[in-house]
Design a protein around this ligand. Structure first.
Ligand code: HAM
Length: 419
């Protein structure tokens, strides 16, 4: 017999896991929607070039690329920002800015699987298109931090502005700059030194600067004295900090945050948590003002981020955050075979009256004793027993599974008795 296994790096999700994941998704999307963000969906696969232009070497190396029957090169999306920009140009460019968009969908990267790193993983992300202001940077950061606070997670928000590093490298080609940013992202100091023999000093000092609050920004200002472009980028970062300070958001400035993607142009941020081991980055994002114009659109600023959804759920588990229980409210049980039809009617009436509550009906043709045993095993709150004697008076027997008390109740009053 053939035994099938899941492809490496993919997962199955049990009903219990999906219950947790849906809870997290509801909270996070609720925060986005309360700020006026609206959900979109982009295709699972795109033309490969879409992700080759600006995604960065790390993503390019790990893409799932295939040729379709028409000979086109297609790719399972490794991330959604490029897709959203393509969609903006195809569908949304005539709308009045800002466009406030969010998505929740699987991404595919041929990474080496390990704890917290998968080949199919989910992201919940936000893209705010059409605004260049520091408020929009701050709003996007706030969306991320408010969501995590609402979930009850402890986390560390790390901020930087890529203009500071890039301005130290402005005489190098964009490719070399990107190579250095990738090395900074991977903390490959040997590579940085080998590319930048003579000026490594300021850069290495800069990327080592970090700290809570504004102190690191003051130190950077000192280090970058006389470098006008770098100081301008720093001022842009400080303008974002002003908004964050006014909302009491805690942050760490870390000049070594370089991000692994090539499209970022300004403020960038990452969020890390304790308890996840090496894969502790649960969120990444930043400003990418050139991507839409690289794709052939007008000069359109944009900023966004994505949560690694799987890691957010895992971090909640490892930090001992509690999830709401799944609980069946009512099991409707016919006392005898001929009560089946009445039981169906009562169950469907209850579902209508108690919208959002869970009402189960036995579909196994079991005897009453077995249905009660099942209801007890799944920890249902109530069982409604539909028997011929009570039904003559339009009544049923209601059993409270916790107190084990039973009472006879009029069918018309049943919904009101189920607390
Ligand atoms: P990213 O940093 O590549 O950014 O991915 C965002 C998050 O996805 C990461 O912080 C991490 O939590 C999660 N993630 C990445 N790879 C994996 C994996 N193999 N397994 C599990 N989780 C993973 C982006 O993708 C950008 N598109 C974010 C963005 C949106 N920037 C602006 N707008």
């Amino acid at each position: 017999m053939v035994k099938f296994e899941r492809p490496r790096g993919t997962r199955d999700f049990t009903p219990e896991e999906m219950h947790k994941r849906n809870y997290v998704k509801k909270i996070v999307c609720g925060v986005f929607e309360s700020h006026g963000y609206r959900e979109i969906m982009v295709p699972t696969f795109e033309h490969t070039e879409l992700f080759e232009v600006k995604s960065g070497s790390d993503i390019r190396k790990h893409m799932y690329v295939f040729t379709d029957k028409g000979g086109r090169s297609l790719c399972l999306r490794p991330e959604a920002t490029a897709s959203v920009c393509r969609m903006f140009l195809d569908e949304l460019r005539s709308r009045q800015p800002p466009l406030k968009l969010y998505y929740c969908c699987p991404m595919f990267r041929y990474d080496e699987p390990q704890k917290g790193r998968y080949r199919e993983f989910w992201q919940i992300g936000v893209e705010l298109i059409g605004s260049r202001t520091s408020e929009s940077d701050a709003e996007v950061i706030l969306l991320a931090s408010e969501s995590l606070k609402k979930l009850g997670l402890k986390f560390r928000l790390e901020l930087n502005h890529l203009g500071v590093i890039r301005s130290l490298l402005s005489d190098l080609s964009e490719d070399s700059q990107n190579e250095i940013l990738t090395s900074i992202d991977k903390k490959d100091y040997y590579k940085i030194k080998s590319i930048l023999s003579d000026r490594e000093d300021t850069l290495l000092k800069l990327i080592a600067l970090e700290g809570n609050g504004r102190k690191a920004a003051d130190e950077a200002r000192e280090l970058l004295k006389g470098r006008e472009k770098a100081l301008n980028a720093l001022s842009e970062l400080e303008a974002v900090l002003k908004w964050l300070d006014s909302t009491g958001t805690e942050y760490t400035i870390k000049f070594g945050v370089a991000r692994g993607l090539e499209y970022y142009t300004g403020m960038v941020f990452e969020i890390r948590v304790e308890g996840l081991g090496a894969q502790n980055q649960i969120c990444g994002g930043g400003r990418y003002d050139n991507l839409i114009s690289v794709f052939g659109g007008a000069d359109t600023p944009a900023v966004g981020f994505a949560f690694g959804f799987d890691r957010v759920v895992e971090a909640m588990e490892s930090q001992g955050v509690s999830f709401p229980d799944y609980r069946v409210d009512v099991v409707v049980a016919p006392a005898s075979e001929d009560m089946g039809k009445e039981s169906w009617k009562i169950a469907s009436d209850l579902r209508q009256r108690l919208s959002g509550r869970i009402v189960e009906l036995d579909v196994m043709g079991r005897k009453l004793a077995k249905v009660l045993e099942y209801a007890s095993n799944i920890k249902a709150k109530y069982v409604v027993i539909v028997g011929a004697t009570e039904l003559k008076d339009r009544k049923i027997v209601l059993r409270n599974m916790e107190s084990r008390e039973q009472s006879t109740v009029l069918i018309d009053e049943l919904a009101g008795k189920l607390t």
